[in-house]
Write a protein that binds this ligand. Structure first.
Ligand code: 5GP
Ligand code: MN
Length: 323
């Protein structure tokens, strides 16, 4: 059930022991929003603990309180009176779901979140969950310390591609303006977030070599196998002139393909939703439990249909072979 920000804040105020979590495959918004919320909750006298059921990419390890994030052990239980889920729906938090039977409070900005059986504060116009967390800090009367501001800034910067994507709204910039006033240094955070290991840059080269173009240049895709971190790779092809939908398929394990999509117009949230995933209109993803070849066929056909092309199956052309 969708509730208001005030109602959600009341539920937080009524709780004492709060388990905070976010989605598997955590990004800057997932980690930033949980760590900011952890500090906000403690500052208003709550007991709080963050659990995320996944590894977190190295660039985010420098965030304040990062070392306090726990990963649930098999069959572990955690005593809580509220399960606060940030930046995703309850179905995408892995084993954290089994830690407690406490009631759920979900705060999210994903348009595909249905809010069916749980209390949901959804603001899909918000650029990031971190942008909403900032409002909750205000509502709860918590101070925005530099550490809180750093976490919130990180989430907003990553989810907006450093204020380049269409989700960047006036309110986003007003919020980050306040964060900078709190002492956040955008250049230092950008430098930290952009760092890549040699292995990541090598994978990036491989990804670009694999690029294929579909439907007369409207769609571009890149392909990876077992890549650990793919942050920003899809932007390599998103920028190609004429490309509306860019996609990336990373076969993380046999018959387990992670799919990312970015668009300039087409609603990729609906495409991802139809394939069991979700996300935003211009940035979405899903997991396809098939071979990478089969996943490519399924995805290209779904994108082709959304683009209303005459023949939605296309084997594509290797970018390197295009004159
Ligand atoms: P990314 O391509 O960066 O992994 O994801 C783009 C957006 O879609 C993010 O907001 C992410 O949370 C969402 N998303 C990606 N994969 C999935 C998925 O499998 N299920 C759902 N519900 N959302 C996803
Ligand atoms: Mn987000």
């Amino acid at each position: 059930m969708q509730i208001t920000l005030k109602q959600a804040a009341q539920k937080i105020q009524a709780a004492n022991k709060i388990l905070v979590t976010a989605h598997i495959l955590p990004d800057g918004d997932a980690v930033g929003s949980t760590l900011a919320m952890l500090q906000i909750l403690r500052s208003i006298g709550k007991s709080a603990q963050v659990f995320i059921d996944d590894t977190v990419r190295a660039n985010l390890h420098a965030l304040p309180h990062f070392d306090e994030i726990r990963r649930p052990a098999a069959d572990e239980k955690f005593d809580a009176d509220l399960l606060l889920i940030l930046d995703t729906e309850p179905g995408r938090i892995g084993n954290v779901r089994n830690l407690t039977d406490a009631p759920i409070l979900n705060i999210d900005h994903h348009v595909t979140n249905s809010g069916e059986d749980y209390d949901l504060y959804l603001e899909h116009e918000a650029a990031a969950t971190c942008e909403i967390v900032f409002d909750f800090a205000r509502e709860l009367g918590a101070e925005i310390t530099l550490d809180v501001a750093t976490c919130i800034y990180t989430g907003i910067a990553t989810d907006t591609g450093f204020f380049q994507y269409s989700n960047t709204r006036a309110k986003t910039l007003r919020t980050v303006s306040e964060l900078v006033t709190c002492g956040v240094r955008p250049n230092e955070i950008s430098e930290q977030l952009e760092k890549k290991s040699l292995a990541e840059v090598r994978d990036m080269c491989r990804a670009l070599q694999s690029a294929r173009i579909y439907f007369s240049g409207k769609v571009a895709g890149i392909f990876l196998t077992r890549a650990e971190s793919t942050e920003g790779f899809i932007d390599l092809i998103r920028v190609i002139n004429g490309v509306d939908v860019a996609f990336m398929i990373n076969e993380k394990a046999p018959n387990f393909c992670r799919v990312s999509m970015r668009s300039k117009g087409v609603d990729v949230a609906t495409i991802a939703d139809s394939l069991g995933g979700g996300g935003h209109v211009r940035a979405a993803g899903c997991t396809l439990k098939t071979s990478i070849d089969e996943a490519t066929k399924i995805l290209v056909a779904a994108i082709g249909k959304a683009l209303h092309v005459e023949n939605p199956s296309d084997a594509g052309t290797l970018l390197a072979d295009i004159a």
